[in-house]
Design a protein around this ligand. Sequence first.
Ligand SMILES: NC(=O)c1ccc[n+]([C@@H]2O[C@H](COP(=O)([O-])OP(=O)(O)OC[C@H]3O[C@@H](n4cnc5c(N)ncnc54)[C@H](O)[C@@H]3O)[C@@H](O)[C@H]2O)c1
Ligand SMILES: [Zn+2]
Length: 370
Amino acid sequence: MRSLVTGGAGFIGSHLVDALLERGHEVRVVDNLLKPVHLFGRPNYLPPEVEFIEGDVSEGETMRRALRGVDWVFHQAAYQGFLPDFSTFFRTNTVSTALLLELIVTEKLPVQKVVVASSQAVYGEGKHYCPRCDAFLYPPPRPLEQLQRREWEVKCPQCDHPTEPRLTNEAHVDPHTQYAMSKYTQEMVSLRLGRRHGIPVTCLRYSITQGPRQSFFNAYSGILRIFTLRMLTGKPPVAYEDGLMQRDYVHVRDVVAANLLAIDDPRTDYEVYNVGSGVPTTVLEFAEVLARVLDTDLTPTVPGEFRLGDVRHIISEVSKLRVLGWQVTADLETIIRDYVTWVETFADLEDYFAAAERVLKAVGAVRRAA
Ligand SMILES: NC(=O)c1ccc[n+]([C@@H]2O[C@H](COP(=O)([O-])OP(=O)(O)OC[C@H]3O[C@@H](n4cnc5c(N)ncnc54)[C@H](O)[C@@H]3O)[C@@H](O)[C@H]2O)c1
Ligand SMILES: [Zn+2]
């Protein structure tokens, strides 16, 4: 068995690599070691027995080489973030997926399955309920003027009443950002072309995935990295909006398990699944658990900053994947403990923290309400 993991030098991809090696697969990785995710070249957690191709997934020759003799493809490489280089998102995330399918079809490669890493981002604000209209709805993004008035909750487009979040299942998507659109088009390209040409494809929409090896320098890697580094260096974390946004956190090992299930269970062919906890956690609740784990009294400041394009609440419903036997094995505290244990192995944390702050400031996506 030979597996190709694109983006296998990254956070989720590298954990998948370990799991595949453990199963006895030969593993090939193609990864361009994108900066600033990888500031120091090939990461040392990547085992020496991995066949490593340094290259770009949107490049034909690289992918031709990468796909040779491969049974299973796990397409994890992606361009993430919120910079306005829109075309890069589609080139890396969507066009690379079309190229993958193109090479499998035109070169008649005996690939048994392609598993595609998608994202909860495809839902935008996800499913909401308006108590006044007694109706479910999928609201559009909150307008900038509303956020500047510090009115954080999503409002019903019919009656302007604040809505309540509900669990979002796979049925209805509404991608707003360049990243979300590129992920959704990636799904469409892989599922539809795969079905048309008889190449089994499964798309997995990960919720916020957390765990060891998340790059300190990935502006997109989110709350756990940022809050942990702040608290470990004695600074209060900064919560955006009012800190009551609800999010859905999943351990990287549960995401890896979903990827393995996708190659083990043919019922997943041509299907898309949410991979998350299904449990809402507010940013302030998250900070509380983290403070407990780190044994600190630090609490977040809530200065009314917000990020344009952030959703208010998004929690995935995960029953479709559960029916196949997949389960959440790690709660929030376990997720946080595993991450913190890894972070504490870094001796020069202060330096990393300062460097990460510089990198993230340069990306600058935060605004402040009036
Ligand atoms: N981490 C999350 O919370 C999350 C949530 C939803 C979806 N995802 C998806 O999961 C996948 C893995 O994400 P991650 O969190 O491990 O991110 P990551 O940045 O740690 O890993 C992505 C890897 O892809 C590589 N890469 C980027 N562009 C490339 C290109 N053009 N050619 C070859 N390699 C390239 C990077 O160097 C990196 O090693 C991505 O597809 C991402 O969109 C992640
Ligand atoms: Zn209403």
